[in-house]
Design a protein around this ligand. Structure first.
Ligand code: AMP
Ligand code: GLY
Length: 432
């Protein structure tokens, strides 16, 4: 069988790599792919991004199944285009992808269906937004309504920062249409976790839990990024919390979408805030929905899948997820992102990458912003690589990942030295 993965990041490299290990898969195309997918003999890059052109390619190549990585093609309706042409694709329709593409839609959806989330209000009028901030005080969170490539959320420690965020979004239009509406919400405290499921419109299958590291620098300091590292499983999600998340958040989300006449298919990522403490009844609230897998969470998750991922995805597109099951490697997988100089502001590109090791099932270097020039692999984006390793404990996975991190070099490389710190701090308990 031939498969197609849409996207060009580390998430797509990991998805395509895992799919290429399926016994029935003969070729995996990645559109447009990156330097890592170019280098892998089992993967083939195709220079396409337009939904119509992708569907035409899928028709002419006889692609058996397409999997969509990032949110932009989903919000542009790539799933609708493929389905209209009778092509099999795993992802949400454009209407369902609004759970990510409009924060206001997502918040109103959660309110309507009783799904726990931070208290909020939505504004288009700057004066009303400023007045709300004055009334609520800081800390407070200001979010652009639309897709803003990770730049749309300001967690404001002071009222002044919140006012500035409103001015930037509603005032000078720096985020364009994405910022023409803002959601202002209560700032939640606690520990974040990424909870990702597959959905077929009726049934859901949870993937292993994971945790991201959003800030650029050690100790969760510095600016927000797309994610600087992740590991799976996330011990904060105990079996009890796992059960509650399914019951209080995931199932009501699926039922709510079905009731609204927009059945949800595809990956669904609930970004959660778990209140501090150890009380198994403590609040768990949704920070955001993403209508796709996380990046870099996908990289450790893919390293741990022992089942044939194609079987699972086929069940998902056929509405038979109730018959699917995933076997997980019991070990921990941990991924460290290597980012380019000046990331996240304006990453420098064109630096030559040296010391890349050969692929190895215990430690993979997934590529993101890289380009194969024929002579060398160069940096070509903000997040460049994600070095992901398996180990019998968080500590061992981390040691193995950092051994490789230290060997892979390019000018201006930035990475965090403390990926996994929250898991290392926790007493070892039962795992979900
Ligand atoms: P989002 O794109 O909505 O996930 O926001 C990006 C990041 O901002 C999240 O991963 C959190 O770290 C932070 N964040 C978003 N909403 C809140 C909130 N209500 N309270 C505290 N932090 C938040
Ligand atoms: N790593 C967070 C995200 O993919 O949105």
């Amino acid at each position: 069988m031939k498969l197609l993965v849409i996207g060009s990041g580390g998430r797509e490299h990991a998805l395509a790599w895992r799919l290429s290990r399926s016994k029935r898969v003969h070729k995996v195309f990645v559109a447009p792919g990156n330097g890592g997918t170019a280098r892998d003999p089992n993967l083939h890059n195709v220079e396409l991004t337009d939904p119509q052109a992708l569907a035409q390619f899928a028709q002419s190549e006889g692609i058996a199944l397409t999997v969509v990585g990032p949110e932009a093609p989903l919000a542009a309706g790539v799933v609708d285009v493929f389905r209209q042409q009778g092509l099999k694709i795993f992802g949400p329709t454009r209407a369902a992808a609004q759970l990510e593409s409009s924060k206001d839609y997502a918040k109103a959806f959660m309110m309507r269906h009783g799904i726990p989330t931070a208290a909020y209000e939505t504004f288009t009028d700057p004066a009303a937004a400023h007045a709300y901030i004055d009334k609520q005080g800081a800390p407070i969170v200001v979010k652009a309504d639309g897709l803003a490539a990770g730049k749309g959320v300001v967690v404001a420690a002071t009222e002044q920062e919140a006012h500035e965020a409103v001015d930037a979004m509603l005032g000078d239009g720096s985020l364009g249409a994405a910022g023409a509406r803002v959601v202002i919400e209560e700032c939640l405290q606690g520990e974040e976790a990424s909870f990702i499921v597959l959905a077929d419109g009726r049934n859901v299958l949870a993937l292993a839990t994971s945790q991201d590291h959003k800030r650029l620098r050690d100790g969760d300091t510095g600016p927000n990024t797309g994610g600087m590292g992740a590991y799976s499983p996330a011990p904060v999600v105990t079996p009890e919390l796992h059960h509650r998340i399914m019951r209080e958040i995931i199932l009501p989300t699926m039922q709510g979408m079905a009731r609204d006449g927009i059945p949800y298919t595809g990956f669904l990522y609930a970004g959660l805030m778990i209140a501090p403490g150890e009380d198994p009844g403590r609040p768990i609230k949704v920070l955001e929905y993403n209508c796709r897998m996380g990046d870099p969470e996908t990289q450790p998750i893919m390293m741990r899948i022992k089942s044939d991922l194609l079987d699972v995805l086929e069940n998902a597109v056929e509405g038979k997820l109730d018959q699917a099951e995933i076997t997980w490697d019991r070990r921990t997988a941990l991924g460290v992102v290597l980012a380019a100089a000046n990331y996240p502001q304006s990453p420098r590109t064109g630096d030559v990458i040296e010391g890349l090791p050969p692929d190895n099932d215990e430690c993979m270097v997934f590529h993101a912003g890289t380009r194969d020039t024929g002579k060398a692999i160069e940096t070509a984006g903000g997040r460049v690589l994600c070095v992901t390793a398996l180990g019998d404990s968080v500590r061992m996975a981390r040691e193995r990942a950092y051994e490789t991190v230290e060997r892979v070099r390019f000018d201006g490389r930035q990475y965090r030295g403390d990926i996994g710190w929250r898991a290392l701090k926790r007493p070892q308990g039962p795992r979900a």
